[in-house]
Design a protein around this ligand. Structure first.
Ligand code: NDP
Ligand code: 8X3
Length: 251
């Protein structure tokens, strides 16, 4: 029987590439995001390859998260794999100039949203004593960089939650692990710089950044290990990147 994976942030970047790869590999999919046109597109495109359903909710909205997961039809209600991917950076400012709305967005989406979705999905995993949670962290959750302050804090929190989940869910035999990418060319910088595409493009110029497909490939590898093998914490960077601040550019 095919496994069911729920992917948050499936409308773009890493989540979308993961959805595409998982569809090609026979996973039944629950794809989540807020942009309905993108969810419709995924349904149209991937619905031909696999059995899938989409859920439109904002991970910040506690009730919407729980209502959406509860609304899943019986044939989608057993979730084998949860990929907590939805998230973004908002702004890149020194702490003294930080924008309070940006801070709220990052902590509410990247941290609390991840917790809400996990809490909504966990009961059936706990009951079955089986399941796999993959938390998408970041190198920003391993090393703070200038002006990264609150985004880094949100990803350090993901790192702590990943460890905490693994400890607390150990007795239920639930696998928990994090995938922590470095620079990946997605809509991430466009969101961070609030639609300033020129500034966003510059982040990925002069070297080969990771592509979302590279990260999807790794997530698929993590998920398809034998159940007794848990990749607990994985960091992946472009070869051009040595740390959060050292990137070898050819320009
Ligand atoms: P994208 O901006 O391309 O994708 C972000 C996804 O998150 C979108 O599908 C978006 O969907 C969803 N999302 C954002 N806010 C919300 C919300 N409030 N509620 C529900 N869904 C939301 O970025 P990436 O693919 O790069 O980012 C995916 C994850 O990878 C993030 O957690 C990010 O922190 C992490 N990451 C990214 C790196 C990079 O360099 N790109 C490196 C390391 C980690 P929609 O707008 O439709 O809701
Ligand atoms: C995204 C990578 O370096 O832009 O988490 O913070 S970085």
């Amino acid at each position: 029987m095919s496994k069911t994976a729920l992917i948050t942030g499936a409308t773009s970047g890493i989540g979308k590439a993961t959805a595409e790869l998982f569809a090609q590999n026979g996973f039944q999919l629950i794809l989540c995001g807020r942009r309905q046109d993108r969810l419709d597109y995924l349904e149209e495109k991937l619905g031909k390859a696999t059995n899938m359903i989409t859920l439109n909710f904002d991970v910040r909205e506690r009730k919407a998260v729980f209502d959406s997961v509860a609304s899943l039809p019986a044939n989608f209600s057993v979730i084998d794999v949860l990929i907590n991917n939805a998230g973004n950076a908002h702004g890149l400012d020194p702490i003294e100039n930080g924008n309070l709305d940006d801070w709220d967005a990052m902590l509410d989406i990247n941290v609390k949203g991840l917790l809400y979705v996990s809490k909504a999905v966990l009961p059936q995993m706990v009951e079955r004593k089986e399941g796999h949670i993959i938390n998408i962290g970041s190198t920003a959750g391993k090393e703070v960089y200038p002006k990264g302050n609150v985004y880094c804090a949100s990803k350090y929190a993901v790192d702590a939650i990943n460890q905490g989940m693994r400890i607390d869910l150990n007795e239920y035999g639930i696998r928990v692990g994090a995938v922590n990418p470095g620079l990946v060319e997605t809509e991430f910088s466009e969101v961070r710089f609030k639609g300033d595409t020129q500034r966003a493009e510059k982040v990925y110029q002069g070297y080969q950044p990771l592509r979302p497909e590279d990260v999807a490939d790794i997530i698929h590898f993590v998920v398809t290990r034998p159940y007794y093998v848990n990749i607990a914490d994985l960091v992946v960077m472009s070869t051009a990147q040595a740390s959060s601040t050292i990137v070898k550019k050819s320009l």
